[in-house]
Ligand binder design. Structure first.
Ligand code: PLP
Length: 413
């Protein structure tokens, strides 16, 4: 933008040193000549060029706007805002969280390269590494979420990438981002952290040494269950020079409309996450004293084995996902109890998503982990009595009342 243009457009540039809450609301491309206060939605696939010479130089440089697979102003505002919130130099937006991982691997790896990945990451992430990338000769070793020695032992001369996600779904195990970053860097590898569960409102992995922060924007960044989105955040060189050319040709691009929805979602991320976490902590504390509940998994509870690490890494908050085991003498009895509790709810949604204003209840053993054998499920700690609750923004007493409907009638079924 020229000085002349900048003088004509109100608030075209922000002052330095703004705080995260302000960046979440204000970071975007400069407004248009109309001075719109809410960022504009540029719902266009192409951009008209003033003349052939300008067109040629814009296509060569890929800086200005030419075609929305390459770049779009609304998408770029989302990328700038998310990068500011994660504390990285840049970000690239993708159509979904999974396509962000596709872009990551296409950009960084080739046949013969090796990845070390926690075996507790999102189920589709495991499949993508174990099945799809393996077809192209990228090999992955799956290791414990919490045992650093397993990560170290898995390193090979061809190891290029560590992939972690914390806390895990559904058991909320925490990995030590700083320790993994140090280990990856000593091995000449990069650390990637899937930050979908915490979001930058709680956890900023780049500050702890992660090289790339990955997101499913479908979860808390949108936060209202409306659109699919994804992103990779990292250094300018990595985003522009490594991932830029791949997304431009391979096209896992985020649609402008979805970018606009998530861009506006980021403005309320901080207040939403605070409210989600406050509700989740109260629900977890309430569950802990229910006689029918065998165990509660929530990083915000002092009983969580990694409570201190979680509090340090997640800005003193436990996140919005609470899991709990119901008592049951046999797996069949535990499953019957879990189904009874789930079916007794009348407010909470029975679904497998999370990251919504609406609370969502899930039975992992028959949904997200349904395709595993019983032995694999046992090894992963996913029992038939386990229930995952993604705590929403309803009044917390309505959430616990809804759970009590099933808990209080468990005995007289
Ligand atoms: C949902 C999710 C993904 C995949 O994201 P999509 O947007 O559904 O493709 C990846 N990682 C985590 C932790 C998730 O929860």
């Amino acid at each position: 933008m020229s000085d002349e243009e900048e003088r004509r457009i109100a608030r075209a540039r922000l002052p330095e040193g703004l705080r995260p809450e302000t960046l979440a609301v204000r970071t975007a491309l400069a407004p248009s000549q109309h001075g719109e206060n809410s960022e504009a939605l540029f719902l266009t696939s192409g951009f008209v060029q003033p003349d052939a010479e300008t067109s040629a130089s814009r296509f060569a440089a890929s800086e200005d706007f030419t075609y929305s697979r390459t770049s779009n102003p609304t998408v770029r505002s989302f990328e700038a805002r998310l990068a500011a919130m994660e504390g990285t130099e840049a970000a690239v937006a993708t159509a979904t969280g999974m396509s962000a991982i596709l872009l990551l691997i296409m950009g960084l790896l080739k046949a013969g390269d090796h990845v070390v990945c926690s075996r507790s990451v999102f189920g589709s992430t495991i499949n993508l590494f174990a099945k799809e990338f393996a077809k192209f000769g990228v090999e992955t070793s799956f290791v414990s979420q919490t045992d650093l020695d397993e990560w170290r032992a898995a390193i090979k001369p061809t190891t290029k990438l560590f992939f972690a996600e914390t806390p895990t779904n559904p058991l909320t195990d925490i990995c030590d981002i700083r320790a993994l970053a140090d280990m990856a860097h000593a091995a000449g590898a990069l650390l990637v952290v899937d930050n979908s569960f915490c979001s930058p409102a709680l956890q900023r992995p780049a500050e702890l040494g992660a090289d790339v922060v990955m997101h499913s924007g479908t979860k808390y960044l949108d936060g209202q269950g409306r659109v699919m989105a994804g992103a990779l955040c990292g250094g300018e060189k990595l985003i522009k020079d490594v991932f830029g050319p791949v997304i431009r040709t391979a096209g896992m691009t985020l649609a402008p409309f979805n970018a606009w929805v998530v861009l506006k979602g980021l403005e309320t991320l901080g207040v939403r996450m605070k409210a989600h976490c406050e509700n989740a902590l109260k629900v977890a504390q309430w569950l802990e004293v229910q006689p029918e509940v065998a165990r509660v998994y929530y990083p915000g509870l002092a009983s969580h084995p990694q409570h201190e690490l979680a509090m340090r890494q997640q800005g003193g908050r436990g996140g919005a996902v609470v899991s709990f085991d119901l008592k049951g003498a046999t797996p069949e009895a535990a499953r019957a109890a879990a189904f009874h509790l789930i079916d007794s709810t009348r407010v909470i949604s029975i679904a497998t998503n999370l990251g919504d204003t609406k609370s969502i209840i899930t039975h992992p053993a028959t949904t997200s982990h349904g395709r595993l054998s019983e032995a694999q499920r046992q090894a992963a700690g996913i029992g038939q009595g386990l229930i995952r609750l993604a705590v929403g923004l309803e009044h917390v007493d309505d959430i616990t009342d809804d759970l009590l409907r099933g808990l209080s009638t468990l005995k007289n079924r």
